[in-house]
Write a protein that binds this ligand. Structure first.
Ligand SMILES: [Zn+2]
Ligand SMILES: [Zn+2]
Length: 344
């Protein structure tokens, strides 16, 4: 089969002819329809994330059809439309049995530690595939499996519930999904904190309260808009100590700040006045869980989670086109996602 692979860190991906994977009794072989091109793929190619196994086929946002199912697989059959949970996990270690597969002792990220979706076919454990309803196009099924799933996990980690108010720091792919998911949970007011005018305008047009962090202190703006109280939940999706601190400071009593963005910076908090006094919580968020995907898929099926069609760009399973798309992450365009159309 054809695949587009990372053979050397810092070099363009290359096209390769590789053997069709052999599946075991608990695996499935998926004929790939669509695979999203993610910013983290650019980090893998550039060597910003450590790559232990080369060559490897990149791509972890995948949807397609079941081509072959191992003898032990009962929940899907040949021809079924599916999307793929990107963490291959053992299913039996002390974390997996508790449904916490992101800490699996032998977990492997698809498209990093094992071959991913920039290919015609992929082998994954059967437990990684979820039925994709007919109403959800493959390209949406594919891109939902990363940033939307992580946005949902962040809301779940923050114990977000109907009637809660929320501040979302950063309106990129994660923030865009987080906003819609917060709405799907029947939230109260949503504040979107951004410095990018186009993203502020887009958030406002969707019904969020846009907080322009360039014009005044976002904490002051949120406090003012909430009569001095603050919000119930804040999501930090940017990855900077400054905005993480702002996410904590804009919380009201019993507020929860979920930190999703990555940074190596140190964040400072005054324990008594900024945290203890209001019984606020700071929560780390990493990836998402397989058990959360059915809810996400249902939100997409019912139209609560949408991606405007003008936000998608398509490329072929072609190394030159994919490399050009990865190069584009240096100048990200607002809310534009590129998807490889492998088959239709
Ligand atoms: Zn991704
Ligand atoms: Zn495990």
């Amino acid at each position: 089969m054809r695949a587009v692979r990372l053979t050397q860190v810092g070099k363009p991906l290359q096209e390769a002819e590789v053997d069709l994977p052999e599946i075991g009794v608990s695996d499935v072989l998926v004929r790939i329809a669509a695979c999203g091109i993610c910013h983290s793929d650019e980090h893998y190619r550039a060597g910003i994330s450590r790559m232990d196994r080369l060559p490897v086929t990149l791509g972890h946002e995948i949807a397609g059809w079941i081509e072959k199912a191992g003898a032990d697989i009962k929940h899907v059959t040949r021809g079924d439309r599916v999307c793929i949970h990107y963490l291959a996990h053992c299913g039996s270690c002390e974390f997996c049995v508790r449904g916490l597969e992101q800490f699996c002792r032998s977990g492997q990220m698809i498209g990093k530690h094992r071959d991913g979706g920039y290919a015609e076919f992929i082998k994954v454990p059967g437990r990684n595939v979820f039925a994709l309803p007919d109403g959800i196009p493959f390209e949406i099924g594919a891109i939902m499996m990363c940033s939307s799933a992580t946005a949902l996990h962040a809301l779940n980690k923050a114990r977000f519930k109907a009637g809660d108010s929320i501040a979302i720091f950063g309106f990129g792919g994660l923030g865009f999904s987080a906003f819609q998911l917060a709405r799907a949970f029947d939230c109260k007011d949503v504040y979107v904190v951004e410095i990018n005018p186009a993203k502020l305008a887009s958030a406002a047009s969707m019904g969020a309260i846009a907080i322009d962090a360039r014009s005044a202190d976002p904490i002051e703006q949120i406090k003012e808009a909430t009569a001095g109280t603050g919000v119930d939940v804040a999501l930090e999706l940017i990855g900077s100590a400054k905005t993480m601190r702002q996410a904590v400071l804009c919380l009201g009593p019993l507020g929860r700040a979920a930190l999703v963005g990555l940074t190596a910076e140190t964040m400072s908090i005054l324990p008594y006045t900024e945290l203890i006094n209001k019984e606020a919580e700071i929560i780390g968020v990493s990836d998402h869980l397989a058990t959360e995907l059915p809810t996400l898929i249902e939100f997409a099926r019912s139209g609560k989670l949408r991606f405007p069609s003008d936000a998608l760009r398509f490329v072929d399973l072609d190394a030159e086109q994919i490399n050009a798309s990865l190069d584009g992450f240096q100048n990200p365009i607002d809310h534009i996602r590129t998807v490889i159309r492998v088959a239709s």
